[in-house]
Design a protein around this ligand. Structure first.
Ligand SMILES: [Zn+2]
Length: 147
């Protein structure tokens, strides 16, 4: 079934229900399609997009992009997964991070993944000495639930 918004030559608008676009064209061709208000056979489809009663998007209609809120939510979910992955494979050394990272780097402590807190100065110093460290961006609401 196809519902078309129609209008006659004097501007009455009404809906026409057809089996298909061809049905509409055929009825119109044969003069069977008349305005219910004035009987005029000069009926045209209105310029507005036709509605298909199938839930499909009418041709020419823009699909509305996902809301920013959804994109932000998806980004947050990916971040959470990444953070959980890191947490599952690292040992928390807390405030002793810089010292422990250096010990591991120098072979004085067992090689393993660690995480903890370090000041910007400590991180800079570690990087200068060739110790690979990277910031872990914790979602704001996750910091409170840690430990
Ligand atoms: Zn009319």
């Amino acid at each position: 079934m196809k519902v078309l918004d129609l209008a006659c030559d004097v501007g009455h608008s009404f809906e026409g229900w057809f089996g298909s676009e061809d049905d509409y064209l055929q009825q119109r061709q044969q003069g069977l399609l008349t305005c219910p208000a004035c009987g005029s056979a000069a009926v045209e489809k209105k310029l507005s997009a036709p509605r298909l009663n199938l839930g499909a998007t009418a041709p020419g209609c823009e699909v509305v992009p996902a809301a920013d809120a959804d994109a932000e939510h998806a980004r947050q979910a990916r971040l959470w997964r990444a953070v959980r992955e890191v947490l599952a494979h690292t040992e928390d050394v807390g405030a002793g991070f810089a010292e422990e990272a250096r010990r591991i780097h120098e072979g004085q402590a067992p090689e393993r993944g660690i995480r903890g807190q370090a000041s910007a100065q400590e991180v800079k110093s570690l990087l200068e000495d060739g110790v690979q460290v990277m910031p872990l961006p914790l979602p704001a609401d996750m910091k409170e639930t840690l430990q």
